[in-house]
Design a protein around this ligand. Structure first.
Ligand code: ADP
Length: 668
């Protein structure tokens, strides 16, 4: 019996594939859940924008710092360059002093050689020249002029002209070109700013630089402010220790006039692209004190990201004079790439923020879709499981009902089988009794019957002339009846013997068996104009004598119940069909009505009186019994007045022991 499935009537759904119990989200899941909310996307976008703004601000501040730092460094570099160059110039002047100290007397030619050797025009751009000026007292003035004129300068005069208590005169100024010749004999002592520097140099024994002056060498072209630096030359080649001695022992001043514009170009090279600067003498930053202006009034170039220009101020102490350097940034001293760094950071940050926002929004959307889908899936699954459960329940109930019915039917069948078995047993017993009875009766009947027939024939032969016609007729009837009875007993014996299955199965050449039959019916065929038509029959496996019995009975019936008006034609044929041979015996005789077609296979069943057609009614019953024992079938196709065709099949794989005909069939 089929085991019923596990009962799930407890109402729970199947576990394995059913809806999982909701799990408590772990921390990772919690984070993911938060990430999957649209609010998180906006929050992260806001935070990201704030962070980007902050980064942009930091970057901008850092850039400004960088710019300021570079600007200040540049400013320091310029300041240092100016300071160092001025010290170098001072050294040059001290070189001139050294020449005086080293010589008893320095004449014009020597000064010329010395200055030429310095090659100031080549190496020291900005310095107008190097000269030597001497103090000239009022009393010495005439002699001084005379001496100079005697040197070959007949037009020599101290200028500017005028009567003054003290004079100074430039006697050497190299290179002695047209520009410097304008200063030849110039009384610098007469000019306040120059005089102050000269006095300071004389009194301190150190180098001294003047305030801003208009050099006498200036022309109308490219007018620049200038200044002069003086170093004192004392007698005896030493610097006296007291101021009084210095004043007394002063020989003159080695000096250098500077055009500030040329000087700055000499120091700094071509115009600086990054800064503009002004140099003021002292702390007062007004025009009269302005020594140099690199072009600060020019408009700024575009692209300064810091908006307003940067400013710086430096103080320089040069040969006793304070200079104020005022710087202003001109261009941003950084590359375009660096300038754009904050913009790049802002743009990059914005891009990342938007991307992050987009990703989180997409994730949230995908999560929402997934959630909806999984909910739908879960509902569908639950619905399906519910349906499956109901269906299973219904099927179980149906199956139980079926099982009950099967059990009921089985019980009924068992009863029937038991009844049938009992009946079969009874019938078998009856059949066996009947068979034994027939056998014994037939044998026991045969002997007296043979005596009756023999003596009746003897009576007819020896006493025929002593009897009248009626007597002879009676004796003939008695003899015929005896012979018919003998035939019936023979057929009956044959029928009962069919239960004996001892005859063996072997290969049978059906053509040979057919020849035997035709030989037996030779006389009948000759007398009644009968045509027998047949082809080549196959060799089959069966019992040869039984095959002969079947084919002989069928052909015999064909002859007996043949055409009453013309020639009887009998056709014997075979057909191979799957696993059996189909034999057919067809005649064009009297035929059989349909209602009798099944009954004629019953023993003793006849459709005609003995007077019409002789016979026992056992021929077809014998045929049927034999064919059934082979496992085959026998049937017919007939039409009254047209003819009959009898068919029988012989299985190709015939059982070695033919089957017994079922007792019920035998009795049918
Ligand atoms: P019988 O000895 O009477 O021929 P069978 O068993 O051979 O006994 O036949 C039973 C009956 O079937 C016959 O009496 C006959 O009426 C009918 N029958 C058999 N063969 C044919 C046939 N070929 N044509 C017409 N009727 C037939």
């Amino acid at each position: 019996m089929i085991e019923p499935p596990p009962d799930d009537d407890d109402g729970t759904l199947p576990r394995a594939s059913s809806v999982a119990l909701p799990k408590r989200p772990d921390s990772r899941q919690k984070v993911l859940n938060i990430l999957h909310k649209p609010f998180t996307a906006w929050l992260i976008l806001c935070c990201g924008l704030l962070a980007t703004l902050f980064a942009w601000k930091l970057s901008t501040d850092y850039l400004h710092q960088q710019i300021e730092q570079r600007f200040n460094t540049h400013v320091d570099e310029i300041t240092t360059a100016i300071e160092e160059r001025m010290l170098v110039y001072e050294q040059l002047l001290w070189g001139g002093v050294a020449l005086f100290n080293a010589s008893d007397e320095v004449n014009r030619a020597e000064w010329h050689i010395y200055i030429s050797s310095l090659r100031i025009d080549r190496y020291w751009q900005g310095i107008q020249g190097m000269g030597f000026s001497v103090p000239v007292g009022q009393s010495e003035r005439t002699a001084h002029i005379a001496a100079l004129r005697a040197e070959g300068f007949p037009d020599y005069a101290i200028h500017p002209a005028g009567e003054r208590n003290e004079y100074s005169a430039i006697i050497f100024l190299e290179p002695f070109d047209w520009r410097n010749r304008k200063a030849f004999g110039y009384d610098m002592w007469s000019k306040k700013l120059r005089r102050q520097a000269m006095q300071r140099a004389r009194d301190t024994g150190k180098a001294a630089t003047s305030g801003p002056v208009d050099l006498v060498q200036e022309t109308d072209l490219n007018i620049q402010k200038g200044f002069l630096t003086y170093v004192p030359v004392y007698q005896n080649g030493i610097t006296p220790t007291t101021q009084q001695q210095r004043r007394e022992l002063l020989v003159g001043w080695v000096f250098a006039p500077f055009r500030t514009g040329d000087l700055m170009q000499g120091i700094l090279g071509k115009r600086d692209a990054e800064v503009e600067f002004q140099i003021f003498d002292g702390a007062t930053q007004t025009n009269p004190h302005k020594l140099f202006d690199s072009g600060i009034d020019e408009p700024q170039q575009a692209g300064n990201i810091i908006g307003s220009p940067l400013h710086a101020q430096r103080e320089l102490k040069l040969q006793g004079r304070n200079w104020t350097l005022q710087f202003e940034s001109r261009n941003t001293p950084i590359s375009a790439l660096e300038q754009n760094q904050p913009s790049f950071i802002a743009a990059g940050g914005l891009l990342v923020d938007l991307l992050l926002f987009y990703i989180i929004v997409s994730l949230a959307r995908a999560h929402a879709i997934q959630k909806t889908l999984s909910n739908e899936l879960r509902d569908a699954k639950a619905h399906l499981e519910q349906k499956v459960k109901h269906r299973t329940l219904a099927l179980n109930q149906q199956r139980l009902r079926l099982e009950e019915r099967v059990a009921e039917r089985t019980a009924q069948l068992r009863e029937k089988v038991d009844e049938s078995e009992a009946l079969v047993n009874t019938l078998t017993d009856n059949n066996e009794n009947l068979r034994q009875f027939s056998y014994v009766a037939s044998h026991d009947l045969k002997e007296p019957l043979r005596m009756v027939v023999s003596f009746t024939e003897l009576l007819a032969r020896k006493y025929a002339d002593k009897l009248d016609d009626t007597g002879r007729e009676y004796i003939k009837i008695a003899a015929d009846s005896g012979i018919r009875m003998q035939t019936m007993i023979d057929d009956l014996l044959q029928y009962t013997r069919l239960d004996d299955n001892s005859e063996r199965i072997k290969k049978v050449n059906c053509n040979v068996e057919l020849d035997h039959v035709l030989q037996d019916y030779k006389d009948a065929i000759g007398h009644h104009h009968i045509d027998i038509i047949h082809g080549d029959l196959p060799a089959i496996r069966c019992n040869p004598s039984r095959f002969l019995t079947v084919i002989k009975n069928l052909i015999g019936n064909g002859i007996k119940y043949g055409n009453t008006e013309g020639i009887t034609t009998i056709r014997i044929a075979t057909e191979e069909k799957n696993d059996a041979w189909i034999f057919s015996v067809a005649d064009n005789g009297i035929g059989i009505e349909e209602k009798f077609q099944q009954r004629i296979f019953e023993p003793f069943k006849r459709l005609h009186s003995h007077n019409e057609y002789a016979g026992t009614g056992l021929g077809l019953a014998i045929c049927k019994k034999i064919v059934i024992t082979w496992g085959g079938k026998i049937w017919l196709d007939s039409q009254p007045g047209v003819g009959s065709t009898f068919y029988f099949s012989v299985p190709k794989r015939l059982a070695v022991q033919p089957r017994s005909e079922p007792a019920v069939a035998a009795m049918a």
